[in-house]
Design a protein around this ligand. Structure first.
Ligand code: UFG
Length: 335
């Protein structure tokens, strides 16, 4: 995340808001935020998220993600704030369940990153068992891509991207030479991995529904945030090529360790519990990603100033959250 993202969110929404830069591991800093504000609910997005890195640095991942969450819960408890929306992941469905994934399936993981999501879900369930006043929403994200339609905020990973869409973006601007397609021999329609890509704006709106839900209900609900539709690596590549108007070079490589063939959501629960469903399709996701990239990284060796990432590693302050009072209410370009 980059501080410039804050200015751009203010520009999009026309609203000012407080911001604190604090590490969840720093309990005193967290308590100060609760002390200085009346916080009704927390959206917990903070965490390390690179699967491969988590295998190399399990202690760092467990400490940051798990201890950070425990500190947050401690601070919330102290200040009587018992409503939380947690960014979980489809990774908790593990390698054994078969798509489409439903929220009642058993959870498991194959790497430390995934285990932190499984464990944090369990910690939050246990917190509720110990005190039924809590309200917990566990949002299981599928594969978020895209950018805000303004082109002002989008994804800007540090270093060489691990994920498909940011890698394609860097090939499109000439920063990376070609895409490596990790396996074309899966049991899928075109042999490449199938995932449930979801537009970040749809994902953000899902969070607003979750905040509304925790404000009005008690208990623990796990909810998938996906579209319910699977797209292959080639589908994403070709859709992006349409958006940017040129062919992008790729080479087929061996399968990536730990990848599965197919992953997509059953979205019935999100519709039933939140009244939410994704609006945008793959072509809108790739068009919005390209719009963000071309505005911010015009050509190789991009000369414009670094751009902000979409997600912040901080807790978002919500004084009186309502669905209409949201950062996308200024989004006039919804198609
Ligand atoms: N892929 C490539 N080349 C690349 C990158 C990815 O072919 O350079 C393929 C992968 O093999 C996979 C698909 O593109 O088939 C998507 O891969 P991503 O790395 O973009 O996403 P994953 O589905 O592997 O993982 C994402 C998040 C995880 C999360 C998971 C939940 O990165 O944090 O979704 O399902 F746990």
């Amino acid at each position: 995340s980059k501080p410039e993202a804050l200015n751009r969110i203010k520009k999009i929404t026309g609203k000012d808001f407080a911001f604190y830069e604090a590490d969840l591991l720093d309990l005193a800093a967290l308590e100060k935020i609760f002390e200085e504000n009346k916080i009704d609910a927390v959206i917990h997005f903070a965490g390390l998220k690179a699967v491969g890195e988590s295998v190399q640095k399990p202690v760092e991942y467990y400490h940051n993600n798990i201890t950070g969450t425990l500190m947050l819960i401690k601070a919330m408890r102290k200040y009587g704030c018992k409503k939380i929306v947690f960014s979980s992941s489809a990774t908790v469905y593990g390698p054994v369940n078969k798509a489409p994934y439903t929220e009642d399936m058993p959870t498991s993981a194959t790497n430390p990153y995934g285990y932190t999501k499984v464990m944090i879900e369990q910690i939050l369930r246990d917190v509720y068992v110990s005190d039924n006043d809590w309200s917990v929403s566990l949002l299981r994200y599928f594969n978020p891509i895209g950018a805000h339609k303004s082109g002002l905020i989008g994804e800007d990973p540090n270093g060489i991207p691990n994920n498909l869409l940011p890698y394609i973006c860097q090939v499109a601007v000439g920063k990376l030479e070609k895409l490596g397609v990790f396996g074309d021999d899966y049991d899928t329609p075109d042999g490449t991995g199938v995932r449930d890509y979801i537009h970040v704006v749809d994902l953000a709106k899902g969070h607003l529904c979750a905040v509304k839900y925790v404000m009005e209900n008690k208990g623990v609900e796990a909810v998938n945030l996906g579209t319910g539709k699977g797209s292959s690596v080639y589908d994403v590549l070709h859709s992006f090529e349409k958006a940017c108007g040129k062919k992008l070079p790729y080479v087929v490589k061996p399968r990536r360790a730990g990848d599965i063939a197919t992953c997509y959501a059953d979205t019935a629960k999100a519709k039933k519990v939140f009244g939410w469903e994704a609006q945008y399709g793959l072509d809108e996701m790739t068009a919005d990603s390209w719009n963000f990239i071309k505005n911010n990284f015009p050509r190789q060796g991009h000369t414009k100033k670094c751009v902000p990432a979409f997600f912040t590693h901080t807790i978002m302050r919500q004084k009186n959250p309502t669905v209409s009072d949201n950062i996308f209410s200024a989004d006039k370009t919804k198609r």
